[in-house]
Design a protein around this ligand. Structure first.
Ligand SMILES: Cc1cc2nc3c(=O)[nH]c(=O)nc-3n(C[C@H](O)[C@H](O)[C@H](O)COP(=O)(O)OP(=O)(O)OC[C@H]3O[C@@H](n4cnc5c(N)ncnc54)[C@H](O)[C@@H]3O)c2cc1C
Length: 408
């Protein structure tokens, strides 16, 4: 039901767009305020530097997006993005162990991040009551005398009259500072140092054997702190992303990428690097630590204000959970926009946070060994059923307890 209310959303990236999709049938007017000019973002834009690196979409996230924007998957596929089964159509390597490629029933959509975002944006822009204000930077929150947030300050003047302001401005969100300016206590932040660097490049897919129809995804592990991921994406392109964890030195140029692939005996990435035509420059990005912002734990929090996406949870990107969490939060907004959103949203983040943090504690000077995970991953090649459960948990489709029940 459309209501005579106005929502401002700070940031028109994945979390902001999905929040807008969710709110558009609850609010008569939904205004997305975006710092970037969105006109030309084919290979990524300034406000989303991570978009130049592989963005795997979990099966649960794809389902959430499809629920919010019915028909989206078909549109992205029709425009050239490959789809398939997450287990059967990728070759996965977990701690170096190849997973059996059998059907899992988990859907995969393999697109670059700018391509997916553009399709979502087109759909959201067509929703009734949704407006975009681009090249507009939000600089603060505006509160009424009773403390309720009623608008935002921007570099082009104040915008008031909001019934709700949603922060979807990503990992660099200034909300904590803005709340402090309004007299709220410091917001607790949980951090976990992870020392990741991502190095990526696009290539043409023509003539390349990617190990499986959608590519080969080989994760880092303590004995081998480099991930080598090769994904077929839209329109005949392949994206290669090397993830370097726990401060492992990243390759700085083509020759160093080849040398690393040789050293790791990366049998898909190496021929790609040697023979495929590059379609972009090499880009790299550091991701020093994961963070979880605990707005849900504040004693006092203003009415009329919520936060979603990376502004709240920015976890180890190699788990590919960010867009999925944004989708799940958007679905929750539909139910809980007026009461209880922050507490319920924190519960959504608990499982992914537990998964990444237990994995990531396996690295670094104070590493906590995890013999269970080691044994589990070593058992995957010999058990298709276990591999299905493993990926269902990783895709946030089954709870982690399902794995414990299947493999003690
Ligand atoms: C290297 C890397 C790889 C990743 N890989 C994956 C993956 O494989 N799968 C996955 O699901 N997730 C991945 N993620 C996470 C994913 O990118 C995010 O979870 C997802 O983009 C949702 O983020 P967001 O919309 O909250 O913020 P962002 O995408 O960071 O967008 C924030 C938006 O807010 C705008 N903005 C910022 N400040 C202001 C302001 N003051 N005023 C107005 N606008 C503002 C920015 O311009 C931008 O458009 C990865 C992240 C990184 C860093």
């Amino acid at each position: 039901m459309t209501e005579n209310r106005t929502a401002y959303i700070i940031g028109a990236s994945i979390a902001g767009l999905l929040a807008a999709a969710a709110l558009s049938d609850r609010f008569g007017r939904v205004v997305l305020l975006e710092r970037d000019d969105l006109a030309d973002d084919e290979r990524g834009r300034r406000g989303v530097p991570q978009s130049r690196h592989i963005h795997g979409l979990l099966s649960r996230g794809l389902d959430a997006m499809e629920t919010l924007l019915p028909g989206l998957t078909g549109e992205v596929e029709k425009d050239g993005a490959p789809t398939g089964d997450i287990l059967e159509d990728y070759q996965w390597l977990a701690d170096g162990h190849p997973l059996p490629r059998v059907p899992s029933g988990l859907r995969a959509l393999s697109a670059t991040r700018p391509f997916l975002e553009r399709h979502i944006r087109t759909r959201v822009a067509a929703l009734p009551g949704v407006e975009f204000r681009t090249a507009r930077t939000v600089t603060g929150l505006i509160a009424a005398p009773d403390g309720r947030i009623t608008g935002v300050a921007t570099d082009a003047g104040d915008l008031t009259g909001a019934d709700l302001v949603v922060d979807a401005s990503g990992r660099g969100s200034r909300s904590r500072r803005w709340l402090a300016d309004l007299g709220y206590p410091e917001v607790e932040v949980e951090n976990l140092d992870i020392g990741l660097t991502f190095v990526s490049r696009y290539f043409t897919a023509e003539g390349q054997d990617l190990g499986a129809p959608l590519g080969t995804l080989s994760g880092a592990y303590p004995e081998q702190p480099y991930g080598m991921n090769v994904a077929r994406v839209e329109n005949g392109m392949v994206q290669l992303t090397i993830s370097c964890i726990a401060g492992s030195p990243p390759p700085r140029d083509h020759d160093e990428m080849v040398a690393l692939a040789e050293r790791l005996e990366a049998d898909v990435a190496l021929p790609l690097l040697r023979t495929a035509e590059p379609l972009s420059a090499i880009t790299s990005m550091r991701f020093p630590r994961e963070q979880r912002v605990r707005f849900d734990r504040m004693d006092r929090f203003p009415d009329g204000f919520l936060a979603v996406g990376d502004a709240v949870c920015s976890f180890n990107p190699t788990f590919g959970q960010g867009m999925t969490l944004a989708g799940l939060q958007a679905l929750l907004l539909r139910e809980r926009v007026d009461v209880g959103f922050l507490a319920e949203s924190a519960k959504l983040a608990d499982v992914p946070w537990a998964m990444v943090s237990s994995n990531d504690r396996r690295y670094g000077p104070d590493a906590v060994p995890d013999p269970y995970t080691k044994r589990l991953r070593a058992a995957l090649p010999g058990s298709p059923d276990l591999a299905k459960i493993y990926l269902s948990v990783a895709n946030l489709v089954l709870p982690p307890s399902a794995l414990r029940e299947a493999f003690a």
